[in-house]
Write a protein that binds this ligand. Structure first.
Ligand SMILES: [Zn+2]
Length: 259
C-alpha cells in the first residue's frame, strides 16, 4: 500500500456515503460507521469496508459512531472468494475513459449550492452578512466544465462479469482505488443469484494489517430507454466492458497441495 494520508483516506470513505440521505431512515448512509471490527461507508449501491487495524492508522475510533445495521458480514459472506481474477486500476481507468463526459458539473465556488455568503458594510459602519446568488454560476450551482475537469456521465452502462453497473459507481471505485493507492483488487464473484437477478459483486485488497473490501450493486438496463441525460437510446451492446485479469493463482489462503 502506498503511503496514504488521513485526508485521502477520509475522502475515499466519503465517496461511498450519501451525506444528503435521511438521517432518520438511513443513518447508515449519512456517514461512515464502525461495525464488527470494520469501518464501513455505504450509500446503498456501493460499500467500502475496511478492517479496523487498517483504518485505525488514519482515523480514530471516536471519529465515527458504531452502528448495528446494515449487517456487513452477512453481505461479505455472499461473495465467492475464488480469488483467481483481479480488477486492475489501469483497466478500470481505460474503461471509464470510454464513457461519455458530462458537459456541466457542480460550481466549485459555491460547491453546487448556487449561494454564497457576502459581507456588506452600510455607511453607518454596521456590517451585515447575507446570502447572495453565486457570481460564478449565477446562482444555478452548475458550470460548463473545463475540458480537463470533465467527469464521466453518471448513468452510462458498464458490463462486468455479465452484469450491468452504472458508470457513476465504477468511477467512484476508480477514485477510491486512487486515493487508497490500490493498483489491483481480487474480484469476488457473487454467490447465489437472488430472486430479482441482481447480485452485488465485490473486490478485496489485502494489506499487512487487514483487508479492504469494495462491494457494488448492479443496475438493470431498460432496452430502448434513454439511459442518461443525452437523448440517445442505449442498448446492452452500447455498454462499456470492464475486463477482469486472470491472476494465475487460486486463493491466496489455500495451503499448497502436496503431490
Ligand atoms: Zn456557484
Amino acid at each position: 500500500m502506498k503511503e496514504i494520508i488521513s485526508e485521502d483516506f477520509k475522502d475515499a470513505l466519503l465517496l461511498a456515503t450519501d451525506p444528503d440521505a435521511s438521517e432518520e431512515y438511513f443513518p447508515e448512509y449519512v456517514a461512515p460507521f464502525w461495525q464488527d471490527q470494520k469501518l464501513v461507508a455505504t450509500e446503498g449501491h456501493i460499500m467500502l469496508a475496511i478492517d479496523e487495524e487498517v483504518a485505525l492508522q488514519y482515523v480514530s475510533k471516536d471519529d465515527y459512531e458504531h452502528l448495528a445495521k446494515p449487517n456487513i458480514n452477512a453481505l461479505l459472506h455472499r461473495f465467492l472468494d475464488t480469488g483467481d481474477c483481479d480488477l486492475t486500476r489501469d483497466e478500470l481507468e481505460r474503461a471509464i475513459g470510454l464513457v461519455p463526459k458530462c458537459d456541466y458539473g457542480d460550481c466549485e465556488e459555491c460547491k453546487g449550492s448556487g449561494q454564497v455568503r457576502v459581507n456588506y458594510r452600510v455607511h453607518g459602519g454596521q456590517l451585515y452578512a447575507l446570502n447572495a446568488d453565486c457570481p460564478v454560476c449565477s446562482g444555478t450551482g452548475r458550470v460548463y466544465l473545463d475540458p480537463r475537469k470533465k467527469v464521466p456521465v453518471d448513468k452510462f452502462p458498464m458490463l462486468l462479469d455479465g452484469q450491468y453497473f452504472r458508470s457513476g459507481m465504477m468511477y467512484k471505485i476508480l477514485q477510491i482505488m486512487k486515493l487508497l493507492g490500490i493498483d489491483d483488487m481480487a474480484y469476488l464473484a457473487p454467490g447465489e443469484l437472488s430472486g430479482d437477478g441482481y447480485v452485488p459483486i465485490g473486490f478485496r485488497y489485502k494489506t499487512d494489517r487487514g483487508d479492504i473490501y469494495i462491494a457494488v450493486m448492479p443496475n438493470g438496463i431498460d432496452e430502448g430507454k434513454a439511459f442518461w441525460h443525452y437523448n440517445k437510446c442505449l442498448r446492452k451492446k452500447d455498454a462499456v466492458k470492464i475486463k477482469l485479469t486472470p491472476n494465475g493463482k487460486k486463493d491466496d489462503d489455500d495451503p499448497e497441495i502436496p503431490w
